[in-house]
Design a protein around this ligand. Structure first.
Ligand SMILES: Cc1ncc(C[n+]2csc(CCOP(=O)(O)OP(=O)(O)O)c2C)c(N)n1
Length: 445
């Protein structure tokens, strides 16, 4: 809060340092009474923006990590956003330990690509191979991740965690060893000291499982599908295929995050932005606006839910007014889908989840923004290609199937009870056709 003009240089610099060193947002409030006064006399520092440190752990921590990892037979590595910039070090470590690499959502863009040890994602919206690679290990190494879902941690393994933020150590699971340090720094001092693992059985089992799980996911995004409404998996896959090599994707909280996590192919240059910590809806378009303003030359693609898009739809005026060439792909399933399925899995009859949407494409057109509505899978590829090539903002309104089961197998099994309760209630309530719809979508392919 700046309440006196003399405070300006010091507070602005403090805010910059807070934002840079904590990699977050700093907010400065200026009182209207002083907004037009001369700023304080103090000259700004010569270098107000600090360089980020690379935090080195103490040597004893590396010794203990070596001991713990050398005594493991089946090690799995779990990676999060703290692995940014450490891709090659993670892959080298995995090679030495013959360890499958699982990622949390925020680790996807940093470790999934060019990685023969990648076995996919775990967690509430992950898939089976990630879960099993964690459950089957005897030693889990967590790198730069605050992965929150406790039920997905292995039950028997010893666990070591490396994180630059000491307060994260042991926050989600019982630890055998916690190390404060920058992931890249730790690995650059760790890997050479390890004896290495010769037995690759654990790795091979996990990779085989992943190949199967990946194939099952890819089959759900079949380009030859004639199914209407369009499968959201196909839409996400085509978005990934057609986007530029350094595209920046944003995805809405809800099912679009699931499709982004499962179908976007990253490569070290592409980025994925979402509301992955707070899970607040309607984030994708505003984030796309912010990113596009900051990086005007990059292709920015918002993967919006119809609920999320509708919630902050007024911001389309900002897109027009600032002539931002963002591409807004709407997964239009006429539903607050993720919550609808959570309600069913919890044994409730969903209520208040249906959406009666307008034609978003003609709405965009009426605002002078390129709009296209896609209802047939055969038209999807060329519609996306044309919109992505358009020199300006575009809204691609795609009617997608609302009856997709997005939960991973473990959750599906655990919540079968919830689903049966929902089915009973649906029958009693005369909504049996919805059950048939869900079953048809799940089993038809
Ligand atoms: C601000 C806010 N409100 C509500 C929720 C709960 N919520 C999470 S996902 C979701 C539905 C999202 O619907 P939509 O954008 O249409 O995407 P879909 O899941 O249908 O693909 C809701 C209501 C939330 N996360 N944040």
């Amino acid at each position: 809060m700046i309440s006196d003009p003399a405070q300006v240089p010091r507070i602005v610099e403090t805010a910059i340092r807070e934002a840079v060193s904590k990699q977050g947002v700093a907010v400065i409030v200026i009182s209207g009474d002083i907004a037009l006064k001369e700023a304080g006399p103090a000259a700004p520092s010569a270098k107000p923006v600090p360089r980020l440190p690379r935090v080195c752990p103490v040597e004893a921590d590396i010794d203990e990590l070596v001991e713990l990892l050398d005594s493991g037979r089946k090690t799995t590595i779990l990676c999060g956003a703290g692995c940014a910039g450490a891709h090659d070090e993670v892959v080298a470590l995995a090679a030495k330990l013959k360890a499958p690499v699982v990622h949390a959502l925020r680790g996807k863009e940093h470790v999934e690509w060019d990685n023969p040890y990648d076995v996919g994602m775990t967690g509430l919206i992950g898939f089976s191979s990630g879960y099993h690679a964690m459950e089957a290990c005897d030693t889990l190494l967590m790198l730069g991740t605050d992965f929150p879902y406790r039920q997905f941690y292995p039950t028997k393994a010893r666990i070591a965690q490396v994180d630059i933020r000491g307060e994260n150590l042991g926050r989600r699971c019982r630890l055998d060893l916690g190390v404060i340090g920058d992931v890249r720094e730790v690995l650059s001092r760790l890997t050479d000291r390890l004896s290495g693992q010769a037995d690759d059985t654990h790795l091979n089992t996990a990779v085989r499982h992943y190949t199967k799980a990946r194939k099952e996911l890819d089959d759900l995004a079949n380009e030859d599908s004639k199914h209407t409404p369009i499968h959201p998996q196909l839409l996400a896959k085509l978005v990934s295929d057609l986007a530029s090599d350094d595209a920046i994707f944003t995805c809405d909280v809800g099912e679009p995050t699931v499709w982004a996590a499962r179908y976007l192919k990253m490569n070290g240059r592409r980025r994925l932005v979402g509301s992955f910590l707070h899970g607040s809806m309607a984030n994708a378009m505003p984030q796309a606006i912010g990113v596009q303003l900051g990086l005007p030359k990059r292709q920015v693609i918002s993967m919006s839910g119809d609920g999320g898009f509708g919630m902050l739809m007024g911001d389309l005026l900002t897109v027009r007014q600032s002539k931002l060439p963002v591409k807004i792909v709407i997964f239009n399933n006429g539903l607050l889908g993720f919550v609808d399925i959570e309600m069913k899995a919890g044994g409730f009859l969903p209520s208040g989840t249906r959406l009666d949407n307008p034609d978003f494409a003609s709405m965009a057109e009426s605002m002078g923004i390129y709009g296209v509505r896609v209802e047939e899978p055969g038209q999807l590829k060329s519609a996306l290609a044309t919109a992505f090539a358009h020199d300006g903002p575009a809204v691609i309104d795609v009617l997608t199937d609302r009856q997709e089961l997005v939960m991973p197998p473990k959750i599906k099994l655990e919540q079968a009870k919830g689903f049966s309760l929902w089915m009973m209630k649906a029958v009693l309530n005369g909504q049996a056709t919805e059950i048939v719809d869900v079953a048809r979508t799940a089993f038809a392919r």
